[in-house]
Structure formats: C-alpha cells, structure tokens
Design a protein around this ligand. Structure first.
Ligand SMILES: CC(C)(COP(=O)(O)OP(=O)(O)OC[C@H]1O[C@@H](n2cnc3c(N)ncnc32)[C@H](O)[C@@H]1OP(=O)(O)O)[C@@H](O)C(=O)NCCC(=O)NCCS
Length: 176
C-alpha cells in the first residue's frame, strides 16, 4: 500500500467503512452499488481486494479489483466530488497498479463508459490501451463499455510507475 503525505491515508477497506464508501459511491455513479455488494466483496469474495482513501477521519475515495488467474480487473474506483482534480483518483489507481504488480499480475483490465472521458483520461495517463468494446454493457443507460488494458510485467512500465509515484506524492505534499 502506498503511503501518501498527511493528512491523506490509504488502507484495506473494512466492513465498518461501508456506510462512508456507499456515500462516495452514491455521489459518483449513475446507479449506486446494490445493497450488500460491498459486504459480499469483503466477506464472501476471495478474489476481491478493496482499498479506501481517507483524509483525517473521513473516507473520500475507494478502489477495488478482482484477481482472476493472473489478471487484475478493476471493479470500481471513485473519489468524492469535493476532492476531485487533486491527484487523488490517480493515487488510488497508482496504488492499485502497484498492488497488482506485486501480486504479481500480468495485466490490468477494466471497463469504462464511452461517455466517461475523465476516467478515460486517467487510464490513458497510465498507458491503458483501448482493446475493445462491450455493447450495451451498462444496464441502467444501455451505454457501451470501452475495454481497456495495460500489461504490467515489464521493467519499463514499473519504472514509469515509480516515476509517477515520486511526482504524485510531491504534488500531494505541496498541495496538502
Ligand atoms: C475518475 C475519477 C476517479 C478521477 O478521480 P480524480 O480525483 O478527479 O482525478 P485526479 O485529480 O487524480 O486526476 C488524474 C487524471 O485524471 C484525468 N482527469 C481528472 N479530472 C479531469 C477532467 N476534469 N477532465 C479531463 N481529465 C481529467 C487527468 O488525466 C488527470 O491527470 P492530470 O492531473 O495530470 O491532468 C473521479 O472523477 C470519479 O470518482 N469519477 C466518478 C466515478 C468514475 O467515473 N469512476 C471510474 C469508473 S470506470
């Protein structure tokens, strides 16, 4: 787990975090996670790994992934709207990528709404490539999903992550 500068912190999600996580989730997605989903992910899904991001006493973001064979699939990532645009979504993604790298997973995949240009920009920044599309993947709006992946197991990408970490932690430190 990365250690961001004070007052931010990252750790594994716990059951007691779920009410705060659900609030960020509700503010972040067109259709919030169904009741009981996070409880199941933490207690009943052995392949699931979830992290929370906090500032002081408050949870302001979270991310989750499933390890399927040797691939990591990002299941969710969100920051509280009040805290967006400060590098914190990037912190959650970078932390997830380091976790994936050390498992070790060979690649990371995810789905993102075609209209979600902000999230796509974040994934492009981390060298995810668009490899396909899943028609009408999102049942709430009928929107297509863009499938994006990045291969992990190469030294150059690991060096890129290390460099990004230095830059991002400096940014968070200077803006804290
Ligand atoms: C996607 C999300 C997690 C990004 O978090 P964030 O804290 O706002 O993002 P950051 O400040 O860390 O920005 C990281 C990068 O994202 C992209 N980005 C962030 N805000 C952006 C904006 N308004 N316009 C375009 N790109 C943007 C940029 O590439 C940015 O890098 P930069 O700082 O070098 O420009 C956040 O917007 C969110 O929770 N959205 C709702 C939930 C969601 O859509 N999750 C993704 C599901 S696939």
């Amino acid at each position: 787990m990365l250690t961001p500068p004070d007052p931010f912190w990252l750790r594994a999600m716990q059951l007691a975090d779920i009410p705060a996580v659900r609030e960020v989730d509700r503010l972040s997605f067109p259709t919030p996670a169904r009741a009981g989903l996070f409880e199941h992910e933490l207690d009943g899904n052995k392949i699931a790994h979830y992290q929370v991001l906090g500032v002081a006493e408050t949870i302001i973001g979270f991310a989750g992934f499933w390890l399927i064979a040797d691939e990591v699939h990002v299941s969710t990532i969100a920051t509280h709207p009040t805290w967006r645009g400060r590098g914190l979504g990037e912190l959650l993604l970078l932390n997830l990528l380091f976790q994936a790298y050390t498992l070790p997973a060979t690649m990371v995949t995810l789905e993102v709404r075609h209209s979600n240009k902000v999230a796509q920009a974040l994934y492009h920044k981390y060298q995810f490539a668009e490899v396909g599309s899943r028609p009408r993947y999102y049942r709430d709006t009928g929107e297509d999903a863009l499938l994006m992946t990045v291969p992990l197991l190469n030294a150059r990408y690991h060096q890129f992550l290390e460099n990004q970490q230095v830059k991002l932690l400096q940014r968070l430190q200077s803006e804290a």
